[in-house]
Design a protein around this ligand. Structure first.
Ligand code: NAI
Ligand code: MG
Length: 343
């Protein structure tokens, strides 16, 4: 039976994770969940971010379900680098998977896009690029201060994420992969990405390919998001583009993600794209759909495709029946999703 580590985290994290767990219990009875207390609250209480002993315990699970961590009272970087990025790197979660769909019933901000027309997935590289932590600074807080932040790209790291993108495209209807980079300016890393992409593409003559510069992709995600199927890109570009993709498909309350170690050498981690939303925390009005869809990605990764499909169907029914502008109650949405998914 699946053993899942749950990091509910801060703010609305525990509120939405409770609903995701309800749905998981409904579709996969007997799933074993262990709660881990990490995040801003723990850091304030103990000064700990992610003790090595906890990292070791987490490694013994099949997957991690995370709500959100963070609070304006924690200095920038403490939890992002010390918890989220540390987990991604320690567990070699090199595929950062971020699907975006415009679900029927959801009113997106774009006038020219009909529900059902947008169904794309961004495969963002998760362990390299500008997020690798390479760089440093000198003469801090003086007029001579210097700071560098280097983008790290290895053939191994680039090739494995591109291969994953092609494998995913091969399992989807449209079978198309778009490489997004900035090869005209970032010529060193860009050349490595482009040559690797072309080499992998040559092994997949049945999959359509295209290349776009990241600035053009930012524009097309707004003007023509229908054109995308699978998008593969580097860590920073993927981070930014997936916020745009979320925005044009109904917002952050619906956006799910997975930080995946495809071989299963380490647990993969599934989390809503949104943060801890301190502005609405404790009010019971956060949308749990992003967390529930993240649980569906978790089920898919663990091989429970049929259960994942039931969760997705429950979300589709929920979103199709939402009255525009109505205030939702987190608990009630979770109850409806769980009831629908089990039926
Ligand atoms: P945020 O995503 O928490 O909130 C942005 C806006 O979206 C807020 O107005 C919030 O109310 C709304 N929102 C977010 N999730 C929602 C939901 N499920 N339903 C309805 N509305 C929702 O981003 P923000 O405010 O920039 O960050 C707040 C804290 O969360 C910070 O400490 C930040 O570092 C952290 N954070 C953590 C992440 C993670 O754990 N993976 C990701 C992003 C931010
Ligand atoms: Mg982001």
């Amino acid at each position: 039976m699946a053993r899942i580590a749950v990091v509910a985290g801060d703010g609305i994290g525990p509120e939405v994770v409770a609903q995701a767990r309800k749905v998981l219990d409904a579709v996969l009875p007997g799933v074993q969940a262990t709660e881990y207390d990490l995040g801003a609250a723990r850091w304030h209480r103990t000064g700990e971010v992610l003790p090595d002993s906890v990292l070791t315990e987490l490694a013994g699970h099949d997957a991690i379900l995370l709500g959100a961590v963070g609070d304006p009272t924690v200095p920038p970087g403490v939890l992002e680098r010390g918890l989220l990025l540390k987990l991604r790197f320690a567990f070699d979660q090199y595929v950062n998977l971020r699907p975006s769909r415009l679900w029927p019933g959801v009113a997106g901000p774009l006038g020219n896009v009909k529900p059902g027309e947008v169904d794309l997935v961004v495969v963002r590289e998760g362990t390299e690029g500008l997020y690798a932590g390479a760089g440093g600074s000198l003469h801090r807080d003086t007029p001579a201060e210097v700071a560098t932040e280097e983008s790290l790209n290895t053939r191994h790291g680039v090739e494995r994420v591109i291969r994953d993108a092609f494998a995913r495209a091969g399992r989807r209807e449209r079978r198309k992969v778009t490489l997004v980079h900035k090869t005209n300016v970032l010529t060193h890393a860009g050349s490595l990405w482009a040559r690797t992409f072309d080499a992998v593409a040559a092994e997949h003559p049945d999959i359509e390919t295209e290349y776009q510069h990241v600035d053009a992709a930012a524009m097309f995600l707004v003007t023509q998001p229908q054109r995308y199927d699978v998008v593969v890109t580097d860590n920073l570009f993927g981070d930014i583009l997936t916020d745009i993709a979320a925005a044009v498909t109904g917002g952050i309350g619906l956006a799910a993600s997975g930080c995946i170690n495809p071989q299963g050498a380490y647990p993969s981690m599934f989390e809503p794209v949104h943060g801890s939303a301190p502005d609405i925390a404790g009010q019971g009005i956060a949308d749990p759909v992003a967390a529930v869809l993240s649980a569906a990605l978790l089920l898919e990764q663990l091989g429970h495709s049929e259960s994942a499909a039931r969760v997705n169907a429950a979300v589709a029914a929920e979103l199709a029946s939402r009255a525009p502008g109505a205030t939702l109650r987190t608990e009630e949405v979770g109850d409806r999703l769980a009831a629908h998914a089990v039926a």
